[in-house]
Write a protein that binds this ligand. Structure first.
Ligand code: UDP
Length: 330
């Protein structure tokens, strides 16, 4: 029998890729997901409990019954503009639910935890690539809700002996190279997904949000990481904790970035479709350049990415995008 892992948000985009990988590796998995944005069909291994993290008594019962060796916590709300409109939702779903989950875990002697954090905790970084010790200055409630969860983790670690790894994701993209799962949000705001939906004809055109940034071509630069490499970061983080490693925070990116225009060019090449592109105003709160210094996770956890190739990332996303026809719910 493999080690037992609870994965919150295991029916979502990144969570479902993690469930697949852990399932392939022989872990015993229990997914907790309220299916607000996840999909039942995306959970390829283990059991799925459809429950909201705010339902503390059910969560506690699940933890008592399953007795996990570790928890990977993906479940969260992730749309930045929505967090500005509705901060209550973000502080509840992200910060409060994380606090309550952690409380249940320490009370039940579960002491290993992996947390989905985000580059949004850095806000607009003073310099790039951004190292883990850069100041945390999030500029929206989403980033703040995640930063607060990181602070709670630090306090739980020193007070209760919880050991955790916080992974700060940069721009996650792509899909399972075997084509079994991929991103399945009805309303994705992310650049690569939107570009592919334009190529597919779901949208009449793609908007570029700002062409006057101080970057090589005037558009924003991001560090796009393939979802499978990101999942591997969770696997090595889990192994680190199982081997007795101490709590740590790691950036997850490749250490170099592409501009919006460069992404569009590759998307056109991969799809073979010259979709329409319109240059518009800046989107509020976008840092000009966000690139990870990923040397820490490479040296400390020996994380070795396999898919540092924008064309491959977009190709896997495109193969998936052509397979699914949304909207559909579960
Ligand atoms: N972007 C864009 N058009 C779109 C979606 C995104 O120009 O339709 C830009 C956005 O302003 C940012 C970059 O693409 O500079 C990546 O945005 P995304 O929403 O994918 O990720 P974020 O970096 O905001 O997490």
């Amino acid at each position: 029998m493999g080690r037992k892992i609870i994965i919150t948000g295991g029916a979502g985009y990144i969570g479902s890729h993690c469930v697949k990988r852990l399932g392939e590796l022989g872990y015993e998995i229990l997914t907790i997901d309220n299916l607000s944005s996840g999909n039942r069909w995306a959970v390829l291994y283990g059991k799925l409990e459809v429950v909201d993290l705010a339902d503390n008594s059910r969560i506690e019962q699940i933890v008592k019954d399953f007795r996990p060796d570790a928890v990977i916590h993906f479940a969260a709300s992730i749309v930045v503009p929505e967090s500005v409109q509705n901060p209550v939702k973000y502080y509840k779903n992200n910060t409060e639910n994380t606090l309550n989950l952690l409380k249940i875990l320490v009370e039940n002697n579960v002491d290993k935890f992996i947390f989905s954090s985000t580059a949004a905790v850095y806000g607009i970084p003073e310099s790039v690539p951004v190292g883990e010790n850069s100041p945390l200055m999030p500029i929206n409630p989403y980033g703040r809700s995640k930063m607060m969860s990181e602070m709670i983790l630090r306090d739980f670690s020193s007070a209760y002996g919880l050991r955790y790894i916080s992974l700060r994701y940069f721009n996650v993209a792509g899909a399972d190279p075997e084509g079994k799962i991929g991103q399945a949000y009805k309303e994705s705001t992310h650049l690569i997904t939107r570009a592919l939906k334009c190529a597919k004809g779901d949208f009449p055109h793609l908007e570029i949000y700002g062409t006057d940034y101080p970057t090589r071509d005037g558009t924003c630069i991001r560090d796009y990481i393939h979802v499978t490499d990101l999942v591997d970061a969770h696997i090595v983080a889990l192994e680190w904790l199982f081997q007795g490693g101490e709590s740590e925070v790691f950036n997850c990116g490749y250490g170099h970035g592409y501009s919006v225009k460069e992404v569009i060019e590759v998307a056109k090449k991969v799809t073979g479709i010259d979709f329409k592109v319109i240059e518009t105003e800046r989107r509020p709160g976008d840092p000009p350049e966000l690139v990870a210094d990923c040397s820490k996770i490479k040296s400390k956890l020996n994380w070795t990415p396999q898919y540092d190739d924008l064309e491959f990332i977009i190709k896997t996303a495109w193969d998936w995008e052509r397979k699914i026809s949304f909207p559909s719910s579960q």
